[in-house]
Design a protein around this ligand. Structure first.
Ligand SMILES: NC(=O)C1=CN([C@@H]2O[C@H](COP(=O)(O)OP(=O)(O)OC[C@H]3O[C@@H](n4cnc5c(N)ncnc54)[C@H](O)[C@@H]3O)[C@@H](O)[C@H]2O)C=CC1
Ligand SMILES: O=C(O)[C@H]1O[C@H](OP(=O)(O)OP(=O)(O)OC[C@H]2O[C@@H](n3ccc(=O)[nH]c3=O)[C@H](O)[C@@H]2O)[C@H](O)[C@@H](O)[C@@H]1O
Length: 431
């Protein structure tokens, strides 16, 4: 790593991916400028604060402050930059296809960047985007600049570790020089660099997320069948997962997958197929199973309580998984909307969700502890498996609730112990 040249890199986007990419590339010995168009994010970063919660990120940024700067200013960002990383968001558009407007805006802004040798897209994009970016670069006079697709596989909550110790780094290129440049940038990263053509690299990303989502929806369907047949999904998943060809990862049954990526990327892949005239039947079912999983939870409470009209239901955990403050497409958002539509009153607790993202549920009251959120409730749902929920004094909670109905959407708690305390305890796929 010592004789590796120090590169000047500009990263576009100071979000979950851009910040981790920028900080890790600085840690690997490069000079990095992260550029965003959100003045508040840049203000926070310039004053030493990190606008998102990602374990280890704040420390990494602080450790590399000599090599890592943040700016709103495009010219300052491009000044001397040899490599431009595109890490902007690619949210779903009204048609379900990925909205690439932010990617195009970055590509247009590169015109005149005279030191540039390569543009690298890390944002998740439809297959074929690279060819369009290549054409756009040619149009703005950057024919000599190489192009690489370098999709990101990090998960929120473990992103810094995932970046520096990945299972693989995928690099899609069409020329040798760019392949060498991007491979060299990854010296010091503890994982194999796999080089391929651009379209295949773009497909690896979408296929990986779709397969992970498929595993979860599959185990959730088997869990439903366990409920109907008296089998226990935890035994089933453990023993199925012991087959090394199948593995235990992503066989955790629950209330459904959410987050900023599985929902949007599975829909984008489905639409990508539709655009070619091919219907991805399996993936469509995977998405449908996931949608049903959240509705089934509400129906189960309805079965228990008779009606949800006027009932008070506590949501325990709001973020799409523990270890993050990210609420994008979190199952809690669907549960809250469904409960409110049924006429229930919703209370909630989460240690990390940002207040602004909970505010839209106008009739929701947020509490500082799970104990306060469930007080006087007719039912509670464990939505996110925050470790704090393991520490709750459930013996006290059972007496504080109006009706002690507990739906454990993450199979976090012990069924026998909870029933022993007097809860009407329902979990996913367990007797
Ligand atoms: N969040 C995650 O764990 C993962 C995300 N990805 C992909 O990475 C991409 C980025 O995702 P996140 O970081 O989560 O998004 P994010 O929404 O957290 O961050 C995107 C940032 O880009 C900024 N931005 C928008 N237009 C810009 C422009 N023209 N110039 C500079 N900055 C601009 C936004 O202001 C925002 O701060 C998406 O395509 C996502 O699918 C891939 C793997 C994991
Ligand atoms: O493209 C992305 O953005 C990222 O999407 C996921 O990462 P992330 O969304 O951070 O979170 P995961 O840990 O994968 O969890 C996603 C959802 O699936 C749920 N899940 C996960 C695993 C499981 O066994 N069961 C299950 O219900 C989680 O609760 C969560 O709602 C992938 O794991 C990353 O590899 C990928 O880079």
């Amino acid at each position: 790593m010592d004789d590796k040249p120090e590169r000047r890199i500009v990263v576009f986007g100071a979000g979950y991916i851009g910040l981790v990419t920028g900080a890790c590339l600085a840690q690997l010995g490069n000079q990095v400028v992260v550029r965003d168009i959100d003045p508040e994010k840049i203000r926070l970063l310039q004053s030493g604060e990190v606008p998102i919660y990602e374990p280890g990120l704040g420390e990494l940024i602080a450790r590399n402050k000599e090599r890592l700067t943040f700016t709103l200013d495009l010219q300052q960002a491009l000044n001397g930059a040899e490599i431009a990383y595109v890490c902007v968001d690619t949210p779903p558009s009204a048609s379900g296809d990925a909205d690439l407007s932010r990617v195009w805006s970055v590509v247009q802004s590169l015109e005149g960047a005279s030191y540039l040798r390569a543009v690298v897209v890390k944002s998740t994009v439809p297959v074929g985007t690279g060819a369009r970016v290549r054409a756009a670069l040619d149009t703005v006079g950057l024919q000599h600049v190489g192009y690489a697709s370098n999709p990101e596989f990090t998960a929120e909550g473990t992103a810094v570790r995932d970046f520096l110790h990945p299972d693989r780094v995928v690099v899609g290129v069409s020329d040798e020089a760019t392949a060498r440049l991007i491979s060299e940038l990854h010296e010091g990263v503890d994982g194999p660099v796999v080089v391929m053509d651009v379209r295949s690299a773009e497909m690896v990303k979408l296929a990986s997320n779709a397969l992970l989502a498929t595993k979860i929806s599959f185990i959730n369907e088997i869990a439903t069948l366990c409920e109907k047949t008296g089998a226990d999904i935890e035994h089933v998943a453990d023993a199925v997962g012991l087959d090394h060809r199948l593995g235990r990862h992503f066989l955790r049954p629950g209330i459904g997958w959410g987050g900023s990526c599985f929902p949007k990327d599975s829909e984008a892949l489905r639409q990508l197929a539709n655009n070619t005239g091919y219907h991805l039947q399996l993936l469509s079912a995977v998405i449908e199973v996931n949608n049903l999983q959240k509705r089934r939870a509400v129906q189960k409470l309805k079965d228990e309580l008779g009606t949800l009209m006027g009932a008070r239901v506590a949501l325990l955990g709001l973020t799409f998984k523990p270890g993050t403050d990210d609420m994008r497409e979190a199952p809690s958002t669907v549960l809250a909307a469904r409960l409110l539509a049924e006429g229930a009153e919703v209370s909630c607790w989460d240690p990390m969700a940002r207040p602004a993202e909970v505010e839209p549920w106008t009739s929701t009251s947020r509490h500082v502890s799970p104990e306060l959120a469930v007080e006087g409730a007719d039912a509670a749902i464990v939505v996110t498996e925050w470790p704090q929920l393991k520490e709750v004094d459930w013996a006290r909670v059972v007496t504080a609730m109006r009706r002690p109905v507990l739906y454990d959407g993450r199979n976090l708690l012990d069924p026998a112990a909870m029933r022993g305390l007097g809860f009407t305890y329902i979990s996913v796929g367990r007797p």
